[in-house]
Design a protein around this ligand. Structure first.
Ligand SMILES: C[S@@+](CC[C@H](N)C(=O)[O-])C[C@H]1O[C@@H](n2cnc3c(N)ncnc32)[C@H](O)[C@@H]1O
Length: 334
């Protein structure tokens, strides 16, 4: 027998059972899977005949999986190679959308794909592009100023040696172009302690991934544009993987689920409307059972909210996180 072995590690859809229990009361309509990946969520939703899925992913490498689903589910499944901040151009309000789902971060395939250079275990030219990018980690590390690099490491990675690492990068860059191995060495040389709990390059690599993929602006615009196309009664669910993402999602849901001006002497205006119902204040985290099966789900947090009212006013959200958007905009100096 001629057996073909597929050398791909399976991506376990994170918090799948928990997500299904939240969205299944809404079954019978269109669901938008903003982060298709290997289709774990989409396939589960499509198991129910009455559901349709619109899926989005920025990575071209998921196209073959999307083609499989098109063959199997026909018109019930549509795929768009795009970033999710464009969701309002992909879908319109009149499509009976029941829920919009985000599973942020990277799929196992992307992490294992050494050509993407997402992990500090990769070799050669820096990259980190997920797909549909303006620039790479190579461009950022080899062109940005010490000040810009230091901000990226500090705010996107909470790296305590941010300034020193940035300084050393500038010095190293005068001698040669910096690749993945050089960068790891520079970072390691900035730590006094020989042993640290996590790899010393973890935070800088995380910060560069966020910067290269403009993850903060993607998330903020993605949430706001999702809200715009979602009918009242629809649900937004987001799985995050790091504290910065979670901070944004938590603020978005919590801030707009509280009435900001409830004085009975003042007229109700758009700013004081409650935009969401928040059934659960605390995030849902993976069970022990899931952690045993898939340890990489350990930092996942699922938050969700149900839309109550329409609004166009997200000024507070943009004001609160403008300092992060400004750091992402430093790419304009490349
Ligand atoms: C964690 S994986 C999703 C896994 C998926 N839920 C599954 O079960 O197979 C995240 C996916 O989202 C995609 N992605 C990340 N940010 C995106 C963005 N801003 N727009 C579109 N796709 C994005 C990545 O390319 C990746 O394929």
């Amino acid at each position: 027998m001629n057996a073909t072995i597929k050398l791909e590690k399976k991506h376990f859809p994170v918090l799948l059972d928990e997500l299904v229990s939240i969205i299944s009361p809404l079954y019978g309509g269109t669901f938008i899977d903003c982060t298709f990946g290997q289709g774990g969520y989409s396939k589960e939703i499509l198991r129910h005949q009455e559901n349709r899925v619109i899926a989005i992913d920025r990575d071209k490498k998921v196209l073959s999986e999307a083609e499989e689903l098109k063959k199997k589910f026909g018109r019930r499944f549509r795929f768009f190679h795009s970033t999710f901040k464009e969701i309002n151009k992909i879908s319109k309000k009149d499509q009976n959308i029941k829920a919009i789902i985000f599973d942020l971060g990277y799929s196992t395939n992307q992490i294992l794909d050494l050509s993407k250079g997402i992990s500090f275990k990769s070799k050669g030219k820096l990259n980190m592009k997920m797909g549909i990018n303006e620039f790479s980690a190579h461009d950022a590390i080899n062109n940005l100023s010490e000040d810009s690099l230091s901000k990226i490491f500090k705010y996107f990675g909470e790296e305590k040696n941010a300034r020193l690492i940035a300084k050393k990068i500038i010095l190293e860059r005068k001698k040669k172009t910096i690749n993945t191995e050089n960068l790891v060495r520079v970072i390691e040389s900035c730590y006094k302690k020989k042993y640290t709990k996590k790899h010393k390059a973890t935070k800088v690599f995380q910060s560069l991934r966020i910067f290269v993929n403009q993850e903060i602006s993607q998330l903020i615009h993605g949430l706001v544009n999702s809200f715009k196309i979602l009918p009242v009664g629809g649900l937004i669910a987001v799985v995050t993987f790091h504290s910065l993402e979670d901070k944004i999602v938590k603020f978005f849901f919590k801030n707009y689920s509280e009435v900001s001006n409830n004085s009975r002497y003042l007229p109700i205006n758009e700013n004081s409307l409650k935009l969401f119902n928040l059934p659960q204040k605390k995030p849902i985290i993976p069970s022990h059972h899931e952690l045993k099966k898939n340890l990489s789900s350990r930092s996942a947090k699922l938050r969700y909210a149900i839309k109550l009212n329409n609004s166009n006013n997200f000024k507070l959200l943009y004001e609160k996180f403008n300092y992060l958007i400004n750091i992402e905009n430093l790419y304009l100096d490349i």
